[in-house]
Structures are given as structure tokens and as C-alpha cells.
Write a protein that binds this ligand. Structure first.
Ligand code: G4P
Length: 195
């Protein structure tokens, strides 16, 4: 998505070879006009899939997910992150480890909002190692729902997430794919380059 590539180039800050800071439009301040276009693009990519729910994880996934759900005219659910939980009957729980933050969270969704007849589109802001997306897929599957695919705003293709998601059998659509952050600069994947 050209608009998003341009935004990454003009406002993204390469913090290290692993981390791109995008707090001016995605992770802290959010750009609603850009997010609206992001939502439209996800809706276009998944329009044939019969999506009934959009599922994301707090907090930065919420903006792209709500815009996609608005376009698809279905509800959006954001999973909550909690430190550690005692067993509860009324929620689905999955443990998600963050390599970036070096901590585990329990990720939860109320059983009130996901059902076996749901066709779920998972959305997240970043794809690094795929832990969050795969945790959300496990939650959808705990509910007996089917996962139509995973939509990512910024994929870091040099990390393992895209491959892990594809190996698990899910369709992944990333709006921009970053091949490298080496030398303090963002290099995108070319169309011909495979994951
Ligand atoms: P994974 O889910 O793909 O395995 O990723 P990882 O655990 O490494 O990511 C943990 C958190 O760090 C996530 O945010 C993710 O969006 C974010 N993240 C990963 N790589 C980058 C990066 O290069 N730049 C930025 N800005 N963020 C990155 P989170 O903890 O869920 O935070 P938030 O959604 O509450 O903002």
C-alpha cells in the first residue's frame, strides 16, 4: 500500500535493526485518515471471505481493526492483555509471549462475543514473531470459530512471524512488508521477493 509506505518513509524512525518507531501515526498519535484507508484495504482484501467478526489485541491494533470492521459492517472485538489470571469460566485465555518486550501476557476474550459460526478476521498493527496473531487465532479456535485470515499493517518480513503464520495454514495479508532496517534505513520487500 503506497500511502502507508510513504508514511513509513517520511515519519518512521529506525530505532535499531529490529525496531521501527511509528508513534506519530500508529502507536501513540494515530492518523485517522490513513487508518480509514487501511480499513478499506483490509475490507477489500477479505471481502469475499464472509467475515462476521474482526478480532484484534489492545491497544495499537484497535484503530486499524475498527476501521476494517466499519468497512465490513461487522463487530470488532479487542482482546485484553492481563498480567496473570486465575482460572475463569467466562473467558477464553491464551498466553502470548512478546519477544520485543520480553514478557508474557494472558490474552483474553469474553465467551459472550465469539461463536462457532463466526468467521474471524484477525488484525494487528505489527507482525514480528507472530505471537500475538497466533494467540488470537487460538482464541478464535477455542470458540470453534474459523479464521479467515490475518491482516497486518506493518510486517517485518526479516522476522519469523509471516512464515510461522503461513506454516500454521493461515492467509496473511500485510499492507507493507519491510525487508530490512539495516543501516538505519527502511527497505521494503519488492513484489517479486517471497516471504
Ligand atoms: P509478535 O506478536 O509478532 O510476536 O511481536 P512482539 O511480541 O515482538 O511484539 C510485541 C509488541 O511490540 C507489540 O505491541 C507489537 O506491536 C510491538 N512491536 C513489535 N515490533 C515492533 C516494531 O518494530 N515497532 C513498533 N513500534 N512496535 C513493534 P504491544 O505490546 O501489543 O503494544 P501496543 O499494541 O499496546 O502498542
Amino acid at each position: 500500500m503506497k500511502l502507508l509506505q510513504d508514511k513509513v518513509l517520511s515519519e518512521g524512525i529506525v530505532l535499531s535493526e529490529q525496531v521501527l518507531k511509528v508513534d506519530s501515526f500508529l502507536n501513540h498519535q494515530m492518523d485517522p485518515v490513513l487508518m480509514k484507508e487501511v480499513g478499506k484495504e483490509f475490507a477489500r482484501l477479505f471481502q469475499a471471505e464472509g467475515i462476521t467478526k474482526v478480532l484484534t489485541i489492545e491497544s495499537s491494533g484497535i484503530a486499524p481493526a475498527i476501521m476494517a470492521s466499519l468497512e465490513l459492517e461487522v463487530p470488532m472485538i479487542f482482546a485484553r492483555k492481563q498480567k496473570s489470571l486465575t482460572l475463569r469460566e467466562d473467558i477464553y485465555v491464551e498466553k502470548v509471549y512478546s519477544f520485543t518486550k520480553e514478557q508474557s501476557n494472558d490474552v483474553t476474550v469474553s465467551k459472550k462475543f465469539l461463536f462457532p459460526n463466526d468467521r474471524v478476521l484477525i488484525i494487528d498493527d505489527f507482525l514480528a514473531h507472530g505471537e500475538a496473531a497466533l494467540g488470537l487465532a487460538r482464541i478464535a479456535e477455542q470458540a470453534g470459530a474459523s479464521v479467515a485470515g490475518i491482516g497486518i499493517v506493518i510486517e517485518k518480513s526479516f522476522q519469523s512471524g509471516a512464515k510461522r503464520i503461513q506454516d500454521a495454514g493461515y492467509r496473511v495479508e500485510s499492507l507493507v512488508r519491510i525487508a530490512s532496517l539495516a543501516g538505519g534505513k527502511v527497505t521494503f520487500m519488492t513484489e517479486e521477493t517471497v516471504h
